[in-house]
Design a protein around this ligand. Structure first.
Ligand code: SF4
Length: 222
């Protein structure tokens, strides 16, 4: 069983409820979407074919045995769109079997039903401003576990903010899921978004991409 792997690197998680924690990223190649703000266009086609065991060996060689503390290094499978790989669930299960905490970042346009339950799923619900709002599988919502999984919105504008707010309210998600709102880097003013969330008393988590604050918007492998 093999995968096309764009890059594997150990860094700090820049987003989500695990922001700031040490994280080993496995970025798989390929994505069927073309978001206007995509910052990983290099992952559309670049990559090397790697065997599953080879990838697992690299993870173990880099991280060593799984840590036990609340901020122990964890593994995130990302992309591109990792679930565009039919074998992605096997990779996720292989990482779980090694004892690691495992997260998956997906745009939610691919079926998550085969993803092992213990994997932390971070679904990136595309907004109108992304240009890919229609690439969304509504049934994926039924596979999200409150208290574990996260729903993320990357917002391009006030129009996106209002759309995301309305979408969450219409779906009754604000009282159940961990919902994250973040601005598109260089497109939506972060302070405006933070102030708007406060003014609206919206129960969502504001987030910035820490890795871009630390190392700039274009650096790879961080
Ligand atoms: S889903 Fe992610 S990788 Fe794919 S085009 Fe959108 S931002 Fe880029």
């Amino acid at each position: 069983m093999n995968f096309t792997v764009n890059e594997i690197f150990f860094s700090i998680q820049g987003e989500g409820s695990r922001a700031g924690r040490p994280c080993l990223f496995i970025r798989l190649t390929g994505c069927p979407l073309r978001c206007v703000y995509c910052d990983t266009t290099y992952a559309y086609n670049e990559g090397d074919l790697r065997e599953l065991q080879d990838v697992l060996d690299e993870v173990q060689a880099t991280l060593g045995p799984p840590g036990k503390g609340p901020n122990a290094p964890f593994v995130e499978v990302t992309g591109g769109e990792p679930l565009a790989h039919p074998n992605a669930p096997a990779l996720l299960q292989g990482l779980l079997d090694l004892g690691y905490e495992v997260a998956l970042e997906t745009a939610g346009s691919q079926d998550v039903s085969k993803v092992p339950r213990a994997v932390v799923k971070i679904l990136d619900r595309k907004t109108p401003g992304s240009g890919e709002v229609d690439h969304w599988l509504e049934s994926n919502l039924t596979y999200l576990t409150p208290g574990q999984d996260e729903l993320k919105f990357v917002l391009c504008s006030e129009t996106d903010y209002l759309w995301a707010k309305d979408w969450c309210e219409t779906h009754g998600l604000l009282d159940t899921l961990d919902i994250l709102f973040s601005p598109v880097w260089g497109s939506l003013d972060a302070a405006w978004l933070a102030e708007r969330i406060v003014a609206d008393h919206l129960p969502v988590r504001f987030q910035l991409q820490l890795h871009k604050l630390l190392w700039g918007p274009n650096r790879r492998g961080v």
